[in-house]
Design a protein around this ligand. Sequence first.
Ligand SMILES: [Cu+2]
Length: 315
Amino acid sequence: MNRRDFLITTCAAALAPGLTLGAPTVDLIAEPVRAQILPQGEPSPPMLGFNGSTPGPVLRARQGEVFHIRFLNRIGEGSAVHLHGLRSDNAMDGVPGLTQSVVDTDAAFAYRVQAPDAGTFWYHSHNRSWEQVAKGLYGPLIVEELTPPDVDHDLVVMIDDWRLTQAGTLAEGFDDMHDQAHQGRLGNYARALVQPNAPVRRGDRIRLRLINVATDRIFPLELEGISGKVVALDGMPLADSQDTSDLILAPAQRVDIIADVTATDQIGFIFPTRDGPFHLGKVPVAGENLSGACQISQCCRQKRQRSPTWPTPFR
Ligand SMILES: [Cu+2]
């Protein structure tokens, strides 16, 4: 993270709209894309994505439901889709050379999955992943509880870093031996991408689904503007919720938080660095939820029936 990166003001960036899984089959098309990971007005480098964007669309399934994904590979080399963290039939786990053959370019593969567990997962290429994931072949996979916790917003937050050139394109050299000897490729620019990209209100209760999709970077993370608890880690519910301080997300890790919005302007996702706090992204806050605000100020007009304890969201 250099000084120039630190000084770049992050702007709100959206993930692609969601796709509901189930019947009928959903098409997931891996293809070259251009991505505005830098602020508006800066270059949008050529990358890889699903259905026209990186990250790919938020895939949402219901716990226990069977869903079908038709993967179409148009990236110009072999690939496959791994459903990270999800218990599934081995043949549907998307790991070329282990659970299936690589899907050649212009070929397709049909995934049929039944998701036994609710939680926050993600999908990504599992072929030459140090390059294909670093170029953007990933997206969120959400399995919703049959009775989801009572929240006003369910927000997916994907955190990544990229190694960019001064011209704002992705640096080449993915097979660099120096990187591989040092456990992988660290980026020099990082962001948190939020979906949906819409304001919340002070007093709203939100669920945050944080996903670290970086191939190599461990993110310590500070959250501004909310008060709540960690309720699940890596798609697994916690028997006892935990504080949201001292969060650390290693590559591929997920953290689910249920919290009330205390800020009046924005929720901030802060990456503390030796050079100071780096603002990865934000959720704008506009207006006030008076029923929700009583969770904070104990003064309420239209008190909503809500559990006084932090709900455990799974099973
Ligand atoms: Cu994975």
